[in-house]
Ligand binder design. Sequence first.
Ligand SMILES: [Zn+2]
Length: 465
Amino acid sequence: MAAHAPLVVVMGVTGSGKSTVGEALSERIGLPFAEGDDFHPPSNIEKMSGGTPLNDDDRLPWLDAIASWLAGRTASGGIISCSALKRRYRDRLAGAVDGLFFLHLDGSPELIGERLEERRDHFMPKGLLRSQFDALEPLTADENGATISVAGPPEGVVQRSLDAIRAPYPLQLAPGVHAYVQPDGGWCLSNAGFVSDGTTTLLVDTAATESRALKLRDTVLASGAPQPTMVVNTHHHGDHTYGNSVFAPAAAVIGHRNCRAEVAANGKQLHLLWPDNDFGEITVNPPNLTYDDTLTLHVGDTEVQLIHPGVAHTTGDTIVWLPQQRVVFTGDLAFHGGSPFIPMGSLTGSLAALDLLRSLGARTVVAGHGSVTDPGVFDATERYLRFVADLAQEGYAAGRTPLEVARTADLGEFAALREPERLAPNLHRAYAELQGRPPGVPLDPLQVFGDMAELNGGTMPTCHA
Ligand SMILES: [Zn+2]
């Protein structure tokens, strides 16, 4: 299972089918499953079997034990059942586990009451069920999760749950500010974001296929925001720019001067790498509004600063920084749960970009790929890049090729990241810098991608879009 596989809390009132659905999901996607009820300390069990309801203080050690089970599975993924009826219980779990997904199994009191009556092993007085419904605080837009109806046959509930776990989702980060996350953040599953005051909408990045871009547009509109009139591209890569054609020409496409040049020069870049993938109707739309160093845009009262960090992930990166909300969209200057990727940019430039990102003082970080996180991702990215630099220095001095070095490298903590095959192209860039070649100078794509495929067992990694 890939790193940063889903971590899911199956929540809902008693009788909603948390264990049944959780176990079925666990079987379908090969993730470990645990019963949240097994994590109660003995004192709680004593209380409950004596008929005394638990209070919030009793629940804290229980929630913390569940959180620590989940936190121990960030690499493998995992599913756990937990009623998590109240927002503050969910906040306690979500605060301890990055990217946690809440799957709320939802049904009317009548339906769930009926199902409980059918289950002879699980006696529950009607009043207790009513008290659960009274306590239930449904998921809100700023929580990461989905509400699934338990009506109909169980196979349908499981399928809908599975679709929800894998589906792209918006996450409200501040009033009018959303991230748009595409799990699990692997190849071509990039993040986007949108900022709106209800009159003007600015979109950050546009996904890799026409159908994903259309879904993104539907999500923006469903939030109540109007059609975007500004689209910012964080860089030229197709998974961030292919969907431009869904939003242009109604929207100005804004990017760094080099991003425009790279989009134009690289054309249908993803088609070359993944000729069999269905990208839909894509036309190449380079930014038609460019800037050099910084550019400030305004969405109502919200200031959106575009900052070019120099050559880093590519030659034309843009950091999208919202100083009032302390939210930053990094593009691929940072990956959350995935390996960084620098063959089209610079290793030293990427480290400098991380310093710049840290200096902003962001509270919330939307990386180019992976779930929404915090500035800790900058440190994780830096550790990986320094590891690449060290490997390159040794390998270069010893006269070994990047592929040889990549093949024998001990990945250590980085083995848990997605896309380990990126080590080969990253070493190519590090070698180029050791040879004194300028940042961002084009490397031979056949060699870079050829070595990556070699490291990946002789085939190109799969595009997941
Ligand atoms: Zn990229």
